[in-house]
Design a protein around this ligand. Structure first.
Ligand SMILES: O=P(O)(O)OP(=O)(O)OP(=O)(O)OC[C@H]1O[C@@H](n2cnc3c(O)ncnc32)[C@H](O)[C@@H]1O
Ligand SMILES: [Mg+2]
Length: 169
C-alpha cells in the first residue's frame, strides 16, 4: 500500500485521486492536507494554474508519503473565443521528480466570463448561475455545463493518471 498526500481538502479532488489509483490498480491510502497554492485564489492563465498545482504538490510532500499531488482549476482567455476553464495537476515523489498534466478545457458562457473578469471566483459565480451550492466540491462547472456527462472529479481523475505517466518505466 502506498501513501499519497493531496494538497487540498476538496472532496471532489480527493475522490478523483482515489479513483485514479484504483483505476491504475495501485493500492493507495489518500490523505488530504491543507497547503497554500501560492497563486491567486482564481488563477487566470495556464501557467498560473499549473504553478498552483506544482506548488500544492511540493507543499504536500513529506516523509510519510510516497507521492504528493496538487490539482488546480483556473481560467484562460482564449481570443477570440472568450474565457475557458482549465485544469492542471502535478505529482511529486520523494526524490523531487515531478510529473504534470492538463485536463479538458471548456468554453465558459460569456455571462459567467464577465463576472470572472470583474474579479469574482468561479466557485461563487457558478453557484449563483446554476442556483446551486458548493458546486466546486461536487460536479463542478464542467458538470453543470455538460449536464453531468463530465464531472469535475472525472477530469481530475484523468489528470492524475496522465501525470503519473512520468513514474511508469
Ligand atoms: O479547496 P481547493 O483545493 O482550493 O479547491 P477549489 O474548489 O477552490 O479549487 P481550485 O482552487 O483548484 O480552483 C480555483 C478557483 O476556481 C474555481 N473552480 C475551478 N474549477 C471549478 C469548477 O469546475 N467548478 C466550480 N468552481 C471551479 C474554484 O472554486 C476556485 O474559486
Ligand atoms: Mg481554491
Amino acid at each position: 500500500m502506498i501513501r499519497v498526500a493531496v494538497g487540498s481538502k476538496n472532496p471532489a479532488k480527493l475522490r478523483a485521486v482515489e479513483a485514479a489509483f484504483r483505476r491504475m490498480g495501485i493500492a493507495a491510502e489518500v490523505v488530504g492536507v491543507t497547503v497554500p497554492s501560492g497563486v491567486s485564489s482564481q488563477p487566470f492563465s495556464d501557467n498560473e494554474t499549473l504553478t498552483g498545482a506544482i506548488n500544492r504538490a511540493k507543499a504536500a510532500i513529506s516523509n510519510g508519503y510516497d507521492f504528493a499531488i496538487g490539482l488546480e482549476g483556473g481560467v484562460v482567455e482564449t481570443p477570440p473565443y472568450g474565457l475557458f476553464l482549465c485544469n492542471w495537476g502535478a505529482i511529486i515523489d520523494q526524490i523531487g521528480e515531478i510529473g504534470v498534466s492538463g485536463g479538458h478545457r471548456l468554453q465558459l458562457p460569456e455571462e459567467i466570463a464577465k463576472e470572472l473578469r470583474k474579479g469574482h471566483e468561479l466557485g461563487t459565480v457558478i453557484d449563483r448561475w446554476a442556483n446551486g451550492a458548493n458546486i466546486h466540491k461536487n460536479e463542478g462547472t464542467i458538470g453543470i455545463l455538460t449536464r453531468n456527462q463530465i464531472r469535475r472529479e472525472q477530469v481530475f481523475e484523468d489528470v492524475v493518471i496522465c501525470a503519473y505517466a512520468k513514474f511508469i518505466k
